[in-house]
Design a binder for this molecule. Structure first.
Ligand code: NAD
Length: 395
């Protein structure tokens, strides 16, 4: 079949297998262009490993440090008439590239929130690796089924306490409109914390502890975002921010149980991913951010960001440099005062007519298409291609 992009709101319902493979290869090439990682964990589990920050978190230790990796994700397989999701093709490409270098890689496709998935992964660790040295928790999900009660919780992206009105970029129409979002109810806040907070992260670590598959001195990292004041109402002070506070609280609890420095939250840069494109206001912020960071030579994607976690933090003598709240900050360049001052002044004046002049919407869009394997150099998009691609370890 000939595969082209089909955009529905903030997602693309098709993905290109060769394009996704090229995207994964670019990230592998970046990692291999850097010096080999020092102190790299050798057995790594990544929960949410198929796209965005989680995919980069699998590529960096594997290709930068020779780590054996297990990846968990929730993706759709392709059929004769329908493409797989991008995360499926990414994982197929990752495993194929890993196999070429003799690197162990095993994947699990299914619900990471379930007890069954935890059991399957733990069994694989016992059988193949014995134990793991690092667990990276990079899930972004709109819902979670509680493994004990079966209750389904849904996350929402809303402010808390106040009604929020701000500029929003309609990425379909390339128009700036005002968006008003009513505050979340207490129940919506609680449900978002259930989905995106630290409860499931801790369930993974507790289950692994119980099974004896955590190596002495193991480390675990989960990802968060803070961003500038102009997005606080919808992000940091919103429902998702409450969930991220819970994630930080969970890291503290894990450190009390397993020793200081075991669990860390890393605050990452705002980037185009499938998860972030669904957040109101964020696509406009990212478009302006990209323009400024590219002009200053500070732009990074997921792979550069995660490489810094391994090279500059876990690879440094003395371990990660933490902020006053115990977090890794790789959003440091995004949050530089000179960057944020420019964004604020552009934000105040940006209109539909000036989007292309003052923001990098073109870069945003290109990056969005690339998430689904479209727009990569060297890929023949007019050629027939097979949408069915096995992930070797799942075949
Ligand atoms: P993403 O959408 O690219 O990736 C989400 C991953 O979770 C995928 O691998 C997906 O398959 C997996 N997943 C979702 N539901 C699952 C389930 N039930 N079972 C198993 N796997 C499941 O998202 P992302 O932007 O890379 O986000 C990852 C983390 O990074 C999140 O915690 C997010 O808040 C954080 N973060 C993102 C940004 C950003 O700008 N994108 C910035 C800072 C922090």
């Amino acid at each position: 079949m000939i595969i082209s992009p089909k955009i529905r709101g903030f997602i693309c319902t098709t993905a290109h297998p060769e394009g996704c493979a090229a995207h994964v290869q670019e990230q592998i090439d970046y990692v291999k262009s850097k010096p080999a990682l020092v102190n790299c964990p050798k057995r790594v589990l990544v929960v949410g490993s198929s796209t965005g920050y989680g995919l980069a978190s699998r590529i960096v230790p594997a290709f930068g440090g020779g780590a054996k990796t297990i990846g968990v994700f929730f993706e759709r397989e392709g059929t004769e008439g329908k493409t797989a999701t991008a995360g499926w093709y990414n994982s197929a490409a990752f495993e194929t590239a890993a196999a070429k270098e003799g690197l162990y890689a095993k994947s699990f496709n299914g619900d990471a929130f379930s007890s069954e998935m935890k059991t399957q992964v733990i069994d694989a660790i016992k059988a193949d690796l014995g134990q793991v040295d690092m667990i990276i928790y990079s899930l972004a999900s709109p819902r979670r089924t509680d493994p004990v009660t079966g209750e389904v919780y849904k996350s929402v992206l809303k402010p808390t306490g106040v009604t929020y009105t701000n500029k929003n970029l309609n990425t379909d129409k390339k128009e700036i409109e005002m968006v008003t979002i009513e505050p979340a109810t207490e129940d919506e806040i609680a449900q978002t914390v259930k989905v995106m907070g630290g409860e499931d992260w801790k369930l993974w670590i507790d289950a692994m502890k119980e099974a004896g598959v955590l190596a002495d001195g193991f480390k675990t990292v989960a990802y968060s975002y803070i961003g500038p004041e102009l997005t606080w109402a919808i992000y940091t002070d919103g429902t998702i921010g409450r969930a991220k506070l819970h994630l930080e609280q969970t890291a503290k609890e894990m450190n009390a149980a397993f020793g200081e420095g075991t669990a860390v939250v890393s605050v990452n840069k705002a980037l185009v991913t499938q998860a972030s494109s669904a957040i109101p206001v964020v696509p406009l912020y990212i478009s302006i951010l990209y323009k400024i960071m590219k002009a200053k030579g500070l732009h990074e994607g997921c792979i550069e960001q995660i490489h810094r976690i391994f090279a500059d933090h876990y690879g440094a003598a003395g371990g990660p440099q933490l902020d006053e709240k115990g977090r890794i900050r790789i959003d440091d360049w995004e949050m530089r005062p000179d960057v944020q001052e420019e964004i604020e002044s552009i934000w105040a004046g940006v209109t539909t007519e000036t989007i292309d002049d003052v923001s990098d919407f073109e870069g945003y869009q290109k990056e969005f298409y690339r998430l689904f394997g479209f727009g990569l150099a060297g890929v023949d998009y007019a050629a027939e291609t097979d949408p069915v691609r096995p992930i070797p370890s799942l075949a």
